[in-house]
Design a protein around this ligand. Structure first.
Ligand code: DC
Length: 225
């Protein structure tokens, strides 16, 4: 059976992670959350006391940074220089730092190569911001998942309620700032690829979204089920 590269781009809180995992399970594919890689860089940079626009400092830490995903019991775990950092990268501070540092060419170049390497054997669902536009412009199927700002904020708030003390209003503000950063940056900004199928998940369950995606994949007749 032909193994595909499937990309899912979109803003924070659109439901990419849940849907990408479910779609990968359904297809027997691997799932890669590329935002985790930007967060891994952010964690290293914060630990080194850097500012997100310190290109020389960033270059320094990237020169010895080795990140990889390994299969955990429930999900993929992110290993950074031999340490499992999966549970350390979901804080509001790391979200904002990752968003700012992701505008730096030195960071994007480093992660571009790593992400392409992760897709070499195909059979992967990649989730991110520029998967269909820059990292895998020849991907077999591309999706852009969106939802209203209110819905995205509420989803993020519920997801992290037990882990942070952020109020819903603070989450809304953070998401607005990150949307602006991620869409306005010069390099690989968040946008739908021209050949992406756009799905608005505001009024859809994750299962509905996955069903729609499976219909698109089946319609393309590039995979035999
Ligand atoms: O998906 P996420 O919220 O975990 O991503 C964290 C930040 O990383 C996001 O604000 C922008 C950046 N990012 C990116 O620039 N390109 C990607 N492919 C994935 C994430």
């Amino acid at each position: 059976m032909k193994r595909l590269i499937i990309t899912i781009d979109g803003p924070s809180g659109a439901g990419k992670t849940t849907v990408s995992r479910m779609l990968a399970d359904r297809l027997g594919y691997k799932y890669i959350d590329t935002g985790a890689l930007y967060r891994g860089v952010a964690l290293e940079a914060i630990s080194a006391g850097l500012n997100p626009d310190d290109d020389t400092g960033l270059e320094n830490i990237l020169s010895s940074l080795k990140m990889k995903f390994v299969c955990g019991e429930k999900e993929m775990r992110l290993i950074s220089n031999d340490l499992d950092i999966t549970d350390k990268i979901r804080t509001p501070e790391i979200s904002m730092f990752a968003s700012a540092a992701s505008a730096r060419p030195v960071v994007r170049k480093f992660l571009l190569e790593l992400q392409r390497e992760l897709g070499r054997d195909k059979g992967v669902v990649f989730e991110g911001r520029d998967m269909g536009t820059v990292v895998f412009p020849d991907a077999d199927v591309k999706f852009y998942l969106d939802a209203s700002h209110k819905t995205r904020s509420l989803r993020r708030y519920r997801e992290f309620k037990s882990e942070t003390s952020q109020t819903l209003e603070e989450v809304e503000k953070d998401i607005k700032r990150r949307d602006k950063n991620d869409s306005a940056r010069e390099l690989a900004p968040l946008k739908a690829s021209e050949d992406a199928v756009i799905i608005d998940s505001t009024h859809l369950s994750a299962q509905d979204v996955v069903d729609r995606m499976m219909n698109v994949i089946e319609d393309k007749k590039i995979i035999v089920f």
